[in-house]
Write a protein that binds this ligand. Structure first.
Ligand code: AP5
Length: 282
C-alpha cells in the first residue's frame, strides 16, 4: 500500500489521475482496470484533484468502512439522467445499507395516483417530462427528510435536487449528503433504456425488456410509465442537462461520478466502493 498523495495523512492507495480529473488509463496487466473495460469512479481530494482507491484495495476498504463510523447514519444523494439506473441501484443500496429511500418521482406518482391537490398540480408537468414546481416538491422532500425514521436510519435521496434552486432550498436547512453519486450514461443509450423499461406493480421491481427481461409468468401484469416514450424522454433529458451543472456545483466536495454504462452489478460494485471509501476517509 503506497502513500496517497491526495490524502497525505492516510495510507490509502490511489490510481493516478490526469489534470482533467480522469483516471489515467493503465495497460492490460499493469493495473486493476484493463483498457476499454475500465470504469470510472472519481472522488474529490482535499487538493481539488480526483482520485480513487485501486480495485483490490477498494474491496479491503469496503470491509472496514461499514464499521468505520458506528452510529452515524449515512446520507446519500443519487443523481443521473432519466433511466441512468438510479432506481435500479437504489434498491440494491437500500438492501445493503438499510437506508430510507426517498424517491421524489415515486412520491409524486403516488400523489398523482391518489388524486391529491399536489398530485393534480404535478401531473401535467410529469406527463410532459418537465420539473414539477418547487412549491410542490421542496416541502415534500423537507418533510420526508425530517421524519424520525429517516433521521435514525439515514437516507438515500433519489431525484432531488434537480435544480440549483432545489439545492439551495435544502442547503438553507443545513441538509447535506455525505456523498453525491452521479451516474453517467450517454444520452444515446438512455432512450433504449426508457422505452424498454417495465415495472411490476406487485413488487416494485424494475425490469427491462432486453437488459433485464422479466419472468414470462409476470409479463402480463407489468406496467409502463406514461412518461416513458421517446419524445417525453428527450424532453426529460433536455431538462436534466439544463440543470445538472448547477446541482453538482453545490456538491463539488461530495460528488462521485459513476460510469453507468456497465452492467447493473458492476455499477453497484462501484457504488459500494465509493460509499465505503468515503466513509473510510471521513
Ligand atoms: P423520476 O421518476 O425520478 O424519473 P427520472 O429521473 O427520469 O429517472 P427514471 O426513474 O426514469 O430512471 P432511473 O434512473 O431510476 O432508471 P431505472 O433504474 O428505472 O422522475 C419522474 C418525473 O417526476 C420527472 O420527469 C419530473 O417531472 C418529476 N420529478 C421528479 N423529481 C423531481 C424534482 N426534484 N423536482 C421536480 N420534479 C421532479 O432504469 C431504467 C431502465 O434501464 C430499467 O428498465 C432498468 O432495468 C434499465 N437499467 C438500469 N441500469 C442498467 C444498466 N446498468 N444496464 C442496462 N440497463 C439498465
Amino acid at each position: 500500500m503506497r502513500q496517497n498523495a491526495c490524502h497525505p495523512t492516510k495510507t490509502v492507495p490511489c490510481q493516478p489521475v490526469n489534470a482533467a480529473g480522469k483516471i489515467r488509463r493503465v495497460g492490460a496487466g499493469v493495473g486493476p482496470c484493463k483498457g476499454a473495460q475500465e470504469r470510472l469512479i472519481r472522488v474529490p481530494c482535499s487538493t481539488g484533484a480526483w482520485t480513487r482507491p485501486a480495485r483490490s484495495d477498494r474491496r479491503a476498504l469496503a470491509a472496514v468502512a461499514v464499521t468505520g463510523q458506528p452510529g452515524q447514519p449515512l446520507r446519500v444523494m443519487i443523481a443521473g439522467a432519466p433511466a441512468a439506473g438510479k432506481g435500479t441501484q437504489c434498491a440494491k443500496i437500500v438492501d445493503k445499507y438499510g437506508l430510507m429511500h426517498i424517491s421524489v418521482g415515486d412520491l409524486l406518482r403516488a400523489e398523482v395516483a391518489a388524486g391529491t391537490p399536489a398530485g393534480r398540480k404535478a401531473k401535467n408537468f410529469m406527463d410532459n417530462g418537465d420539473l414539477v414546481p418547487n412549491e410542490v416538491v421542496v416541502e415534500m422532500v423537507k418533510n420526508k427528510l425530517g421524519e424520525d425514521e429517516v433521521q435514525q436510519n439515514g437516507w438515500l435521496l433519489d431525484g432531488y435536487p434537480r435544480s440549483g434552486e432545489q439545492a439551495e432550498a435544502i442547503e438553507k436547512e443545513g441538509i447535506r449528503p455525505d456523498i453525491f453519486l452521479l451516474i453517467n450514461v450517454p444520452d444515446e443509450l438512455l432512450i433504449d433504456r426508457v422505452v424498454g423499461r417495465r415495472s411490476d406493480p406487485a413488487t416494485g421491481e424494475i425490469y427491462h425488456l432486453t437488459f433485464k427481461p422479466p419472468p414470462p409468468e409476470i409479463v402480463s401484469r407489468l406496467v409502463q410509465r406514461s412518461d416513458d416514450t421517446e419524445e417525453k424522454a428527450r424532453n426529460r433529458l433536455r431538462t436534466y442537462h439544463a440543470n445538472v451543472d448547477a446541482v453538482v456545483g453545490y456538491y463539488k466536495n461530495e460528488v462521485v461520478e459513476i460510469d453507468g454504462t456497465a452492467s447493473m452489478d458492476m455499477v453497484f460494485e462501484d457504488i459500494v466502493a465509493a460509499i465505503d471509501g468515503i466513509r473510510h476517509l471521513a
